[in-house]
Design a protein around this ligand. Structure first.
Ligand code: CTP
Length: 399
């Protein structure tokens, strides 16, 4: 079995410490081994038992606590961690680390961490955050190779409004994920992904769309970015949070998606067209809300641009084009026909009628079809499916 990836989470004395419990829980649920270090003051905001219960490891506060597995715990922990995150990081801990002050378990351990990446999530009152001494200390830390995660803006616990809020746990999770979830085997590749549905207006109130949630395309963008690729995501309207480490271009209609893709595909090495693009749009979009009158009504539709076909016709040498195909019958033969017709290198096909495949859910069961191969993937999460799709693309483009 693969060794679990390891996260050292430092929690210091700020009110946002309560959110770090959610972060620890999220990390554990996603298969990471997490150990938490707290400062004494953090104990005023959250009890170490919370972290111990979530992580199944002792939460250390005191450097001289002898109740642990190793003799020189701060050094052993520093060597153990694949990544360190301090969240929330107070002005005090930022100042100490910037100036090499190591006077408790957390600071001694972090200063002993030379091998792994160190991420700092400052959280404090806006006036403190904007104080030049804190700003200078953060610059010093950046100079030493720490990454400072920008705090969010909003209502702060003290009643003020401004910058200084700790980002939500899912945002912090994505920073850790980017650091350690995958080997960086896509560095130097530009990946263009499309995701989600398109919306084609009928009148100012109504539009034609489909059930696409965007989850499959977003998973590809997220995994590709975590593997080191430079990712652009052209996305139709979805309810999912945009990935942090991709350039995101939001579009609404098939026409807008076509224009964005035409532009972005010029220098893309890999294109994954997971979006569910409308094949037809209303020929006339009414300026006014259409009123109901007769018992029946008909909408005249016209074809949209077939974006994938355009990409196949304009493929650069060396560019890899992966289409997606959702079928309800004859999945392989229909998809193979699209592979040929649209000049694709691969088509990722699924059968909407199979349990666990298709729209909205978090799983998929795909068959990856190339000119010479067919790889049937088992039922996997959309993220695992994304990783397999990228594995095969990497294999096909590395020869
Ligand atoms: N696609 C596209 N532009 C369109 C329609 C579809 O780029 N106007 C892309 C989708 O992003 C997907 C692939 O084509 O990668 C397959 O879509 P699908 O609608 O299933 O294929 P079609 O060739 O349109 O065939 P059919 O609708 O008859 O199944």
């Amino acid at each position: 079995m693969e060794r679990k990836k390891t996260v050292l989470l430092g929690v210091t004395g700020g009110i946002a410490a309560y959110k770090s419990a959610t972060l620890a829980s999220m990390l554990v649920k996603n298969g990471y081994d997490v150990k938490v270090l707290m400062t004494k003051n953090a104990g005023n905001f959250i009890n170490p038992i919370v972290f111990e219960t979530l992580t199944k490891h002792k939460c250390l506060i005191d450097t001289f606590d002898r109740n642990f597995e190793f003799n020189v715990e701060h050094i052993a922990l520093a060597k153990w961690a694949d990544v360190v995150m301090i969240a929330p990081a107070t002005a005090n801990v930022i100042g100490k680390l910037a100036h090499g002050i190591a006077d408790d378990m957390l600071t001694t351990t972090v200063i002993a961490c030379r091998r792994c990446r160190k991420l700092i999530a400052p959280a404090m009152n806006t006036e403190m955050y904007l104080n030049p001494v804190v700003q200078d200390n953060m610059k010093i830390l950046e100079g030493y190779g720490y990454e400072i995660i920008q705090p969010a803006k909003g209502h702060l616990a003290c009643g003020d409004t401004g910058a200084g809020k700790m980002p939500e746990p899912d945002v912090l999770y994505e920073y850790i994920y980017r650091e350690i979830a995958y080997e960086k085997d896509l560095i130097g590749r530009k990946v263009l992904v499309t995701a989600g549905p398109t919306q084609e207006a009928v009148d100012p109130v109504r539009y034609i769309t489909n059930h696409s949630s965007g989850k499959m395309g977003y998973a590809i963008a997220k995994v590709a970015a975590a593997r080191g690729a430079e990712v652009t995501l052209v996305t139709g309207p979805t309810a999912i949070r945009k990935p942090l480490f991709a350039t995101v271009i939001p579009v609404t209609t098939a026409r807008e998606m076509f224009e964005a893709v035409r532009e972005e595909s010029r220098d893309a090495d890999i294109v994954c067209k997971a979006a569910a693009v409308a094949d037809y749009r209303p020929k006339h979009v009414s300026d006014e809300k259409m009123k109901k009158s007769d018992d029946r009504m008909a909408l005249e539709l016209e074809k949209t641009d077939d974006i994938l076909k355009y990409l196949g016709e304009n493929k650069r040498p060396g560019q890899f084009l992966c289409g997606f195909s959702m079928e309800t019958e004859h999945m392989v033969s229909n998809s193979r026909a699209k592979l040929v017709k649209k000049n694709l290198d691969m088509i990722a096909a699924n059968n909407l009628k199979e349990a666990g495949a298709g729209f909205r859910g978090d799983t998929n069961r795909m068959t990856l079809i190339t000119a010479g191969d067919e790889t049937e993937l088992p039922l996997l999460s959309k993220e695992e499916t994304a990783a397999k799709i990228l594995d095969i693309i990497l294999e096909k483009t590395s020869k």
